[in-house]
Design a protein around this ligand. Structure first.
Ligand code: NAD
Ligand code: TYD
Length: 333
């Protein structure tokens, strides 16, 4: 199969492309706008692989760029999105354009060319849950501009199945972590700050719970949905473990050999979801299962950041410094 992977230069997309080239015979072309989160370096090791057909620099909301990149493909897998909740609170515009208009543009292309379409989505479309876990039947109650635009995109995808018989499926993942994650997200931010002796900003009381999923497990889950998912269906893909933020940070402190004195409780995020939890029984019924527990995956992730300074140095010395100062009201060392 020939795949167009949109957003393949980002965190989960690049891990998916690498894994899929290893574990299938697919050919892959990537379309990516290369925003702050999309980086050519994330795919650099794949140059020279004859089934990696390269990266087209373009936006998913641009019909001409999409038409060009989609020539001759069998399926679109869409990772491309604005993804950070804090940025969606500060500046929602790009979320509406990319997550909304962008998804629409890809769906239109898929309809025109008769392509299989897989949308990569998130547990955040269900909102927060105090107890138990969300199933695919749970109501959609997004709380942030990020999750609201992802929800809109999911509904649009479903409408193309119902209205136009487009062979769509949706894979909803829980919080991912692993190599190549941009350090605006909790885990890489805390790892790099701990390594540098910068303070560790915990929102509110730090007792918010996330359902952690190692990025390779999500990659295999999305591949499973592409290969075996029924058209018109949604599949939850949740991690095997849940953990409150404060415990995640304390474990990172241990793994990096720093001190709990770095912990800094800061003002909470507005509209902060308390807990996410996904039931993945439906996808497990198709034969997928998460392989990596949080303890092991976190250790691997800390080791990756320790061993890949060249990857994060260019980020930490660039625009990220300004983002950080604005978001946290302090400078990085
Ligand atoms: P990311 O922010 O690391 O990467 C997003 C990628 O999309 C980047 O390469 C960026 O350049 C590209 N992009 C952004 N706007 C674009 C546009 N208009 N046109 C083309 N490319 C564009 O995100 P991620 O964490 O890898 O997330 C990928 C997908 O998985 C997203 O759809 C996200 O909603 C979903 N998801 C993420 C998580 C998580 O924990 N990170 C969990 C579940 C689902
Ligand atoms: P994040 O990685 O932004 O993912 P999401 O909000 O999509 O779940 O945040 C994970 C959790 O960590 C969330 O409860 C917010 C919290 N958090 C902090 O406490 N401090 C931080 O600096 C960041 C970025 C997140």
């Amino acid at each position: 199969m020939k795949l167009l992977v949109c957003g393949g230069a980002g965190f989960i997309g690049s891990n998916f492309v690498r894994l899929r080239l290893e574990e299938s015979d697919d050919e892959i072309i990537v379309l990516d706008k290369l925003t702050y989160a999309g980086r050519r370096e994330n795919l650099a090791d794949l140059e020279g692989n004859s089934r990696y057909l390269g990266l087209v620099h373009g936006a998913i909301e641009d019909p001409a760029a999409v038409a060009e990149a989609a020539k001759g493909v069998d399926a679109i897998v869409n990772f491309a999105a604005e993804t950070h909740v804090d940025r969606s609170i500060a500046e929602p515009d790009a979320f509406v354009v990319t997550n909304g208009q962008g998804t629409y543009t890809l769906l239109e292309r898929a309809r025109e060319d008769g392509l299989r379409y897989v949308q990569v989505s998130t547990d955040e479309v269900y909102g927060s849950i105090e107890e138990g876990s969300f199933t695919e039947e749970s109501p959609l109650q997004p709380s942030s501009p990020y999750s609201a635009t992802k929800t809109g995109a999911d509904l649009l995808v479903e409408s193309y199945f119902h209205t136009f018989d487009l062979p769509t499926s949706i894979a909803r993942g829980s919080n991912n972590y692993g190599p190549f994650q941009y350090p605006e997200k909790l885990i890489p931010l805390m790892i790099l700050n701990a390594m540098h002796g910068d303070s560790l900003p915990i929102y509110g009381d730090g007792m918010q719970v996330r359902n952690w999923l190692f990025v390779e497990d999500f990659g295999r889950g999305i591949g499973h949905v592409l290969d075996h998912g029924k058209y018109g269906e949604v599949y939850n893909c949740g991690g095997p473990d849940e953990c409150p933020n404060i415990d995640v940070v304390k474990r990172i402190i241990e793994l990096t050999g720093t001190s709990e004195d770095l912990i800094d409780y800061v003002t909470d995020r507005p509209g902060h979801d308390r807990r996410y939890s996904l039931a993945s029984t439906k996808l497990e019924g198709l034969g997928w299962k998460a392989r990596t527990h949080f303890a092991e995956g976190l250790e691997q992730t800390v080791a990756w950041y320790r061993d890949n300074a060249a990857w994060w140095e260019s980020i930490r010395s660039g625009d990220y410094r300004e983002y950080y100062a604005k978001q946290y009201g302090r400078e990085l060392t």
